[in-house]
Write a protein that binds this ligand. Structure first.
Ligand SMILES: *Cc1c(COP(=O)(O)O)cnc(C)c1O
Length: 430
């Protein structure tokens, strides 16, 4: 594979941008290598600056449910640009967008738009704290909710101990209000609540975890959280920045049949533009400024370009009810191909999938939480990643990420991917 220009740009980038990337997930550090620089994308494919072609399974880390640069999003953006790109004043498209989100996600009565998933989760936590007048929150080991200080914490040795910061710059004072529970372990949550009676403002969870690889939550576990939050007056927040509109029009909460109090959204709802949103029960949402005492704001929030792209996406989803069964067919086809290949090299790797998000872990035995996810052999993952990349398949440069199938992937793409996957595994386990 020729990477002359990518290497050149990466060397340049390293001089001006820390690590050469504007978000660490893009770095190939975890798989020992240099990232390729992308020039354009179309449908299921992306093309780098050296003209290498890849079938893309990252889709900009989730947003591209319809593949790259679909005509209907392009048109929506061109139309919006004609009128001006930002006003900092209310526009009709914001109302249309809000109505559509509320219509598609039944637990959301009111919604506010922000500019990223991080902003959405950050604001939802502030709101939950303001609403309950309590300080502490519970998050789960291995769940990612953006990079606000109080989320950058993983558990210490025991899942029930106070966390230690995952990043320098996060103060002890902030850490002490974030309690860490174990994913899919109801008792770990219950114990934290017993020890912190009437002090927990919110439980925040990815109802399908997608940031430790893909790890779905048990239905009974989620139902347990819902009941516990009802009993203890705790705000239940589903972080659906990744799973929202990815696994169903109503998100993971539709599949699970559980309504959270607040939901955070992002990724797909921006159609590739920088967008996030949080919404939920009217009584809670009415606590937000300017009608309530919880402050939250954004110069570019509800930006007309972002709203136009996002509205086009949601509208398309709404008018194509067969979309998710089509995605399921494509995704199960791909997953079955992968599983056959794994059998052929006599391995029994954990494979988790919900609809079009999936992950193969280089570990045998089930992956149900962070502890079991990190048993994966990340060195072998690195090898596998490069085998795939060199043959034109673009996966995440980390074991602990999802891959996504889009509506633009063709049977031919999937067959090529399955074939390359077989070759990669037999190269590794020859
Ligand atoms: C991506 C992601 C975020 C953060 O969103 P950004 O737009 O990157 O700030 C938060 N929560 C989940 C579940 C995510 O997948």
């Amino acid at each position: 594979m020729n990477t002359t220009l990518s290497t050149y740009f990466f060397n340049e980038a390293n001089r001006y941008i820390p690590g050469g990337v504007n978000s660490p997930a893009r770095s190939f550090k975890a798989v020992a290598g240099n990232p390729v620089f992308i020039e354009r994308g179309e449908g299921s494919k992306i093309y780098d600056v050296d003209k290498n072609e890849y079938i893309d399974y990252i889709g900009s880390w989730g947003p591209h449910l319809f593949g790259h640069n679909p005509q209907f999003i392009k048109e929506a953006l061109f139309d919006a640009v004609e009128n001006g790109v930002s006003f900092g004043a209310p526009t009709e498209i914001e109302v249309k967008m809000a109505k559509l989100i509320i219509d598609m996600v039944p637990s959301i009565d009111m919604v506010r738009m922000v500019n990223s998933g991080t902003e959405a989760t950050m604001s939802a936590i502030r709101l939950a704290r303001g609403y309950t007048k309590r300080d502490k929150i519970i998050k789960f080991e291995g769940c990612y909710h953006g990079h606000a200080d109080y989320f950058l914490i993983k558990a210490g040795s025991g899942a029930l101990t106070l966390g230690v910061p995952t990043s320098l710059g996060v103060t002890k004072n902030i850490v002490k209000d974030t309690l860490i529970a174990e994913y899919n372990n109801f008792n770990s949550v219950k114990n934290l609540i017993l020890k912190n009676k009437k002090q927990i403002a919110a439980i925040i969870i990815e109802p399908i975890a997608g940031n430790m690889g893909v790890v779905p939550a048990d239905k009974t576990f989620i139902k347990g959280l819902r009941d516990l939050c009802n009993e203890e007056d705790i705000v239940l927040i589903f972080d659906e920045v990744m799973s929202g509109f990815r696994v169903a029009a109503g998100g993971a909460q539709e599949l699970l049949g559980i309504k959270p109090d607040l939901t955070t959204l992002g990724k797909i709802i921006g159609g590739g533009l920088p967008v996030g949103a949080f919404g939920g029960k009217q009584e809670i949402m009415e606590m937000i400024a300017p009608i309530g005492p919880v402050y939250q704001a954004g110069t570019l929030s509800g930006n007309p370009l972002a709203m136009s792209a996002g509205y086009a996406v949601l509208n398309y989803i709404k008018n194509n009810p067969d979309l998710y069964s089509a995605l399921e067919d494509l995704s199960s086809y791909l997953a079955n191909g992968f599983k056959e290949n794994v059998k052929r090299v006599k391995k029994n790797f954990a494979f988790n999938r919900v609809g079009s998000m999936m992950c193969m872990f280089f570990t045998e035995g089930k992956v149900t939480n962070f502890k079991t996810a990190v048993k994966s052999d990340t060195l072998v993952y690195g090898r596998y990643f490069h085998e795939m990349l060199n043959k034109g398949i673009y996966f995440a440069p980390s074991q602990f990420e999802a891959i996504f199938v889009s509506a633009a992937h063709t049977k031919e793409d999937l067959d090529k991917t399955i074939e390359t996957h077989a070759e990669a595994l037999s190269a590794i386990y020859k």
